[in-house]
Design a protein around this ligand. Structure first.
Ligand code: AP5
Ligand code: MG
Length: 214
């Protein structure tokens, strides 16, 4: 099962991708999480990516594509994967299609989690991310058992650097310019499915399971 999650920043791609990965037993591959892990470890890739991420800009395609194509070649990907945050530009989508074609494979589902911009800014201000394992919560919609502490690993929660309101606005603009065209791209490929991302998290997940099958 090969799945792409599409949607604006804060639409709930990560929230739903994690649940899809658990239910269907496939890896959740988030380029944002990979970059954040590299930033935390202080790698060269992390240092490069951070300068773009902190401004709400996309990391250049050449830093992203090889990284993902390598990851998809690992053993745990033989039964499929759920891609979260990639592809994010038409050239990334074309590179992904070309890499799959070389293996005689094709993407199967592109699921667009649709949320209007008005809802996004509220969501981002309330999001908290774990410094340890990267798990994501929301102070109102998905709170932790103990305030400020990750349920999964017990580490501290923070507001992501790029979740400040002015950076969120920039990310939304970049999304509309560079990523939204992928909706037409995957519609033309015949694999686009849309879900209403303004529903409660469980209802969004139910809608996705209807698409993917039990
Ligand atoms: P990335 O980490 O992918 O960020 P993003 O796309 O901006 O998406 P988010 O992670 O902010 O949102 P999400 O849709 O995962 O929402 P979530 O589930 O957390 O990328 C970060 C940066 O890395 C980019 O800006 C770019 O610089 C770089 N980058 C990454 N990939 C790249 C690529 N391919 N090419 C170039 N650059 C790249 O949910 C948000 C909040 O809402 C949470 O608090 C959650 O609890 C809550 N929530 C979720 N669902 C619901 C619901 N149904 N109701 C109420 N609340 C909800
Ligand atoms: Mg995410």
């Amino acid at each position: 099962m090969k799945i792409i999650m599409l949607g604006a920043p804060g639409a709930g791609k990560g929230t739903q991708a994690k649940r899809i990965a658990e239910k269907y037993g496939i890896p959740h591959i988030s380029t944002g999480d990979i970059f954040r892990a590299n930033i935390k470890e202080g790698t060269e890739l992390g240092q490069k990516a951070k300068t773009y991420m902190d401004q709400g800009l996309l990391v250049p395609d050449d830093l992203v594509v090889d990284l993902v194509v390598d990851r998809l070649g690992q053993d745990d990907c033989t039964r499929g994967y759920v891609l979260d945050g990639f592809p994010r530009t038409i050239p990334q989508a074309e590179s992904l299609d070309a890499a799959l074609a070389k293996l005689g494979e094709k993407m199967e589902y592109a699921i667009d989690v649709d949320v209007p911009d008005e809802n996004i800014v509220n969501r981002m201000g309330g999001r908290r991310a774990c410094v340890g394992c990267g798990a994501t919560y929301h102070v109102v919609f998905n709170p932790t058992k103990v305030e400020g502490i990750c349920d999964a690993c017990g580490e501290k929660l923070i507001l992501r650097d790029d979740d400040k309101p002015e950076t969120v606005q920039k990310r939304l603009t970049v999304y509309h310019q560079q990523t939204q065209p992928l909706i037409d791209y995957y519609n033309n490929a015949g694999i686009l499915k849309s879900v209403d991302g303004t529903m409660e998290m469980d209802d969004v997940f139910d809608a996705i399971v209807k698409i993917l099958g039990e």
